[in-house]
Design a protein around this ligand. Structure first.
Ligand code: GLP
Length: 241
């Protein structure tokens, strides 16, 4: 694992954006894995500046990591909506090449299998952008997720529901309890992985994921087995390394 520490979230995002831009320069038809959450937002903002300066991502394909189950795609906090708002539009991606698991499907298991097939048809993910949950989750692979897990329906951990409740302020519209997520095994097949974590609330998850034993109790620890992972951290997230 390579670890690049920057002083603050904006500088961290800019450093990670340059890694993504250089992958896109090498390969215009890049297959990008995209994460939601607040951690990658500065990365997307920096990348959007590079796009406005001439970086062309219009031939890139993107696959989101996960989606809530049971949320309408046009709900403002569905990952369909978040990806459209924070990734597709500012990065000038071709919407036809942007994929998000179908959390509204009547048959969620079939939707999970279809998503795996779509990733395979695209030739796999070249560069996967990841955040990390305070409990060490990646995507929505909660503690207990197996190293070889594939895209599937999962139940969200109480910690994740509490963490994500900041996006669901109306008590009549609570955080969904389940999600469709790429599995740990799916994520580990990406050729390059860029993980972004900022803030002291991530320091413990980062320390356990990077320096702790490789264990399903901390799904991010499985990244230690991947040959090409770069962590972009700010000082606070790196403070327990
Ligand atoms: C969310 C997402 C993850 C994300 C994580 C951290 O629930 N499913 O992909 O990495 O939790 O989010 P944040 O960056 O907002 O702390």
């Amino acid at each position: 694992m390579r670890i690049i520490v920057s002083p603050d979230p904006v500088t961290t995002g800019a450093a990670a954006a340059h890694a993504v831009a250089s992958a896109a320069d090498d390969r215009p038809d890049l297959v990008l894995g995209v994460a939601t959450g607040s951690s990658p937002q500065p990365l997307y903002r920096s990348l959007a500046i590079l796009v406005r300066a001439g970086l062309d991502l219009s031939s890139a394909t993107a696959f989101a990591l996960d989606e809530y189950v049971g949320l309408a795609p046009d709900h403002p906090e569905s990952y369909h909506s978040v990806i459209a708002r924070e990734v597709t539009a500012p990065l000038h991606l071709d919407p036809a090449r942007v994929h998000v698991p179908n959390g509204a499907a009547a048959d969620a298991d079939a939707a999970a299998e279809a998503y795996e097939r779509a990733i395979a048809r695209a030739g796999g993910v070249d560069l996967q952008i990841l955040g990390i949950g305070t409990n060490g989750h990646i995507g929505f692979n909660e503690p207990g997720s197996a190293a070889d897990s594939r895209t599937r329906v999962v139940e969200l951990a109480a910690q994740t529901i509490a963490d994500n409740s900041r996006f669901f302020l109306d008590p009549a519209d609570p955080v969904p309890t389940h999600a469709l997520t790429q599995g740990v095994g799916t994520i580990l097949e990406a050729r390059h992985i860029v993980l972004v974590a900022t803030g002291g609330h991530k320091a413990d998850a980062i320390a356990r994921g990077v320096e702790g034993p490789v264990t399903a109790a901390v799904p991010a620890s499985f990244l230690q087995r991947h040959p090409d992972v770069t962590l972009f951290l700010d000082d606070a997230a790196a403070s327990r390394l």
